[in-house]
Design a protein around this ligand. Structure first.
Ligand code: ATP
Ligand code: MG
Length: 216
């Protein structure tokens, strides 16, 4: 056996010991992490209707809201959706969820980005908000999605106080999800969970148009 072979054999024994040490350290780290997570789970015992806000400029706010509706319906909960912005007439989530007894209230004349008729928009906002208020007072509805509600506040179409009042007085177990950019800080403060979706990049900026099934 050459010296070289002898040295090699010696190194592999050290490597094996190092690997064992690494595995042991990894195991200890994972055990500690598991304990921390479990402590958090053990502490989180409260149950109540939650207010979620999904805001920010990135894509994924409404899809997150609709995903939550699908999740709730999948568990047999009842859900309702209010759409404060009428985008394209079709809406994939509506096509699907309406078949699962999810009521959709949509602004009748439709507030869109290129709106020209402020009075008509305010009247439409008022009408759909009144339906939202009924939903927020109905204990038979477990989850209400208020999609793009934030713009009704920033455009002063619906008074913030009315929204706060309806949210505060809703049934104790009812969950609410609010989506839209630039959410008013009062709603952010009221919410239990707030996520801000940031743009890293968006296909639209590369000249790609909104795609059916992905964007609407
Ligand atoms: P989504 O409905 O896909 O979850 P969103 O609710 O986060 O998007 P909105 O601000 O409501 O976004 O915009 C609605 C439409 O604009 C969607 O078709 C979405 O793909 C698109 N969009 C979202 N973010 C951007 C962006 N940063 N640049 C360009 N288009 C965007
Ligand atoms: Mg949206």
């Amino acid at each position: 056996m050459s010296d070289d072979n002898f040295i090699e054999k010696d190194t592999s024994a050290t490597d094996a010991a190092d690997e064992q040490n690494r595995q042991q350290r990894h195991k200890l780290r994972q055990q500690k992490l598991q304990q921390q997570v479990q402590q958090g789970i053990d502490k989180a015992t409260a149950e109540k209707g939650l207010l979620l806000v999904i805001t920010g400029n990135g894509k994924g706010k409404s899809t997150s809201g609709f995903g939550t509706v699908a999740r709730a319906v999948g568990h047999g909960l009842t859900a309702a959706v209010v759409q404060f912005i009428k985008g394209s007439w079709e809406c994939g989530e509506r096509n699907l969820l309406a078949q699962h007894q999810v009521e959709f209230a949509v602004m009748a004349t439709g507030f869109t980005w290129d709106t020209q008729d402020k009075a008509a928009d305010i009247a439409a906002a008022e009408k759909v908000w009144q339906r939202a208020e009924q939903m927020l007072a109905d204990p038979a509805i477990d989850l209400v999605l208020l999609d793009e509600l934030t713009y009704m506040v920033s455009y002063h179409y619906i008074e913030l106080e009315r929204i706060v009042c309806a949210l505060q007085n809703r049934p104790a177990a009812q969950h609410v999800v609010i989506t839209g950019r630039s959410c008013h800080r009062t709603l952010v403060e009221m919410a239990d969970t707030v996520s801000e979706v940031q743009v890293v990049k968006h296909a639209f900026d590369a000249g790609i148009k909104a795609q059916r099934g992905l964007d609407w």
